[in-house]
Design a protein around this ligand. Structure first.
Ligand SMILES: [Zn+2]
Length: 453
């Protein structure tokens, strides 16, 4: 029997035509959703009782450096400058391929545990092909759907070596990956590029990397809004070259003007906001509201488990509330009173972790919402947990009240990856032990002592 019927749940589809069904049923056959409705009768399906359960599209985490999973919380008091010093120029240099592999495996399992079914794994610690192979193996082993973004590390150069900002993205390595683990572009884990972009590289390197991504048909994601840009005016040059388009994803666009944001939204560029980590790092205000005003929509990630929690409901809540606070402050300044209504709804915030990142990845025909014909990627929350009960509005509950601990079950491509509150991964205790040992060794490698930094 390959059919599964989730019956009598609160179903949040994120499809305008389907809406929320309270109660509703979801029928899954193989890796796909085949029906959503009320009182579906299916004779040959395994029936899952959906009473007191919220069923939602699996979340999409648009930006996570999964390789840092063994260093959880270490950077929670660091600005971006301190993070660069301690993580990229220090801790990152201590990683062996097996450290990348275990961190990526554990980090991806953590995502599944929290209801994420698609992970944009922004892996920028690939000093050797063996490190890359470790990360890719970890992703595949976890069972998550993912886009692996291959990126360069940012160490201090050794004597005689060029600075990382002067090194073009290694095409031979990208081609090796496209011939090897990513030979199929229609599989659970696919490839993209985590490039330096004009903020962190020379214009020659940026041009090379943009052209390569465009030619190979890969998403090119890059950080923005860090310290002084490596190439001031770089974006204007790339625009003049016709290299700014829908394959470009910009993370932390905080330093972009409204004019540039509007122009790039019109060009189809996607923007990823990591409100939680941006507020810690010193990037300035997240661009959520400015993007909305430009006709765009953010996609959300949580960036760094070294800084924050990596569950997407927290990311949605923080981004939403941060923007509401900004909007409300502007309104109060203008009217000296309370705003008549909220500027942004919880449903909009839920779209930033479901439908919007699906579009960013070009996967919106497959994932991001619950609809017949789409992949069966979904998350089931326990609505009768203390912190959620009683649920009157499931979307409000998901965005404003739910947490990691309410995730009962997670399905990816029709397979239960978490069921009844337990991950369906074999040797989880062994993975936890390996991760802890890896984290301890890496911290010892730079002489880290608790409370020292
Ligand atoms: Zn990042």
């Amino acid at each position: 029997m390959t059919k599964t019927l989730i019956k009598g749940a609160m179903v949040v589809t994120m499809e305008p035509d389907l809406g929320d069904l309270v109660p509703g049923d979801v029928l899954i056959d193989g890796d796909r959703i085949v029906a959503i409705g009320r009182n579906l009768e299916v004779g040959d399906a395994q029936v899952i009782d959906g009473t007191h359960r919220i069923v939602a599209p699996g979340f999409i985490n648009a930006h996570l450096h999964t390789w840092q999973a063994a260093l959880k919380g270490i950077a929670a008091n660091w600005t971006l400058l301190e993070y660069f010093k301690w993580v990229h120029r220090g801790l990152a240099t201590q990683f062996r391929p097996e450290d990348i592999e275990i961190a990526t495996l554990f980090g991806a399992l953590t995502q599944i545990d929290a209801g994420t079914t698609t992970l944009v794994d922004w892996c920028h610690n690939n000093p050797t092909p063996d490190h890359t192979d470790g990360a890719v193996a970890g992703l595949f082993a976890s069972g998550i759907r993912a886009v692996f973004l291959h990126g360069p590390p940012k160490p201090d150069p050794k004597p005689g070596e060029p600075h990382f900002s002067e090194i073009p993205h290694p095409r031979h390595e990208v081609e090796r990956l496209l011939k090897g683990p990513f030979a199929s572009r229609d599989q659970l884990v696919t490839l993209g590029l985590a490039i330096l972009g004009p903020h962190y590289s020379t214009i020659e390197v940026s041009r090379h990397d943009f052209r390569m991504a465009k030619e190979l048909g890969l998403i090119a994601s890059m950080h923005q809004a860090g310290p002084t840009p490596k190439t001031p005016g770089g974006w204007d040059m790339l625009e003049a070259d016709g290299l700014v388009g829908p394959y470009v994803n910009i993370v932390h666009g905080n330093d972009f003007s409204d004019e540039r944001l509007r122009r790039y939204v019109d060009l189809g560029v996607s923007f990823s906001v990591t409100a939680d980590s941006e507020m810690c790092a010193g990037h300035g205000h997240p661009i959520t509201g400015r993007l909305l005003a430009c006709g765009g929509n953010p996609t959300l990630g949580n960036d760094l488990e070294t800084v924050t929690s990596s569950d997407m409901t927290t990311s949605a809540r923080v981004a939403l509330q941060m923007q509401r606070a900004l909007d409300n402050a502007v309104s109060r300044e203008r009217t000296q009173s309370i705003p008549a209504t909220s500027t942004i709804t919880t449903r909009q915030a839920l779209s930033w972790i479901t439908t919007e990142p699906a579009k960013m990845l070009g996967l919106d025909s497959k994932i991001g919402s619950l609809a017949p014909g789409k992949q069966a990627d979904l998350v089931v929350f326990r609505a009768d947990d203390m912190n959620l009960w009683p649920v009157h509005e499931p979307v409000n509950a998901l965005v404003m009240q739910a947490s990691f601990g309410n995730v009962d079950s997670v399905m990816i491509a029709g397979q239960w990856k978490k069921r009844g509150g337990k991950l369906a991964y074999g040797d989880l205790p062994g993975v936890r032990t390996r991760l802890k040992a890896s984290g301890d060794r890496i911290l010892e490698g730079i002489g880290y002592q608790w409370g020292a930094v």
